[in-house]
Write a protein that binds this ligand. Sequence first.
Ligand code: SF4
Ligand code: SF4
Length: 445
Amino acid sequence: MNIISQLFFAIALGVAGFLFYTKVRSIRRNILLGRDINRKDHPNERLNLMLRVAFGQSKMMVRIIPGLLHLAVYTGFLLINLEVLEIVLDGLLGTHRITASFLGNTYNVLIGIFEIFMALVTVACIIFLIRRQGPVLRLKMDELRGFPQLDASVILITEIVLMIALLFMNASDQILQSRHVEHYIQAGMFPVSVWITPILNGLSNEALIIVERTAWWFHILGILAFLNYLPYSKHFHIILAFPNVYFSKLQPKGQLDNNEAITKEVKLMMDPEAAFAIPVEENAQPQKFGAKDVFDLNWVQLLNAYTCTECGRCTSVCPANLTGKKLSPRKIMMATRDRLEQVGKILDQNNGQWKDDGKTLLRDYITEEELWACTTCNACVEACPVNIDPVSIIIDLRRYLVMEESKASESINVMFNNIQNNGAPWAFSPSDRANWTQNLEIVLP
Ligand code: SF4
Ligand code: SF4
């Protein structure tokens, strides 16, 4: 590699790193628009959860075939990135397979393992690509039309092309090594790319060097482009899955968070004397109940939105969706992310100042019909491979409807009236409650 190539590589690396950093910083800013919530408790339990669910992929294995294919892509991604580290060092220093000199035989074994994973990743991505055209319903739903479908295909095709480039690079490299061409040191074991060598064997040394260098540049520039595409794609979950699982809820799934202000009100109703004992806060802001827009959600819910992989496992187990209702928990997460991205764009256009665009997450992105279709069964939370909680967003939006707009569905309003009038959700007077016992015969043993 000459000095001009090294310089070009350093500039490409710098530009890609800067662009990635800028986008990640804006995503972090967007997530932190959310309300604060304490998720720093029980660090050991959280770490265990992260190792098991995010690193160990434990929830993916519920569906064994896609789980194993995903594991191959994920492990391949982690391992092959080690080779990318070497490629970066070689690019900056003008060396070739720099780590081979001090890793010795270990290097050969590692390259062999990487090659096996390159093949596995390629096969898994091809199967995923075919599967997306097949009968799996959750991969064909309305919310995936347009960019989400395209995004999934772009990523899979990119991964296949990048793996093939690496294999061609190794195939040409091993022929150059066998011909003792200067600069191509004896290093590596090539159990997969050896099958490509017959295609290249007839080429001259010069032509092989062109193939090897082209594949090298194609791979590394592809990786840098991929890195910058990630934050715009659902595939950003390969990074966010880890913090998302770490900060996920540790309490039982169905447990709702109490609203502090309401708890206080109820306590005061039960003990009116205490009302006078509580000092009135000066300049206290009026309490807002529930969530109307992304600003009212907490930062973990917003992190959830950016982490969603759009896999649809949640929707495929949602009883509301399965019975033909409009609700899809995946769409709840996608809509939250779309709204958050829109809010971020407005902030960017106005030097960080918020300018109301007349839209809100509630109604413009998620309809009341969707919200009231939820049974709060939490099957979606259980199914999510990265511990996302769509129900908490649904509950917060419903809370806003009920407590700020007095707008509940008809059946819930009937229940509210019954509770108010009868002290129970049923339409019977409290004095009639024991009527059912009147004709009972008491049989003594
Ligand atoms: S909690 Fe709601 S959104 Fe989730 S699976 Fe149950 S019905 Fe569907
Ligand atoms: S919320 Fe979870 S299960 Fe649902 S689509 Fe997103 S990642 Fe998949």
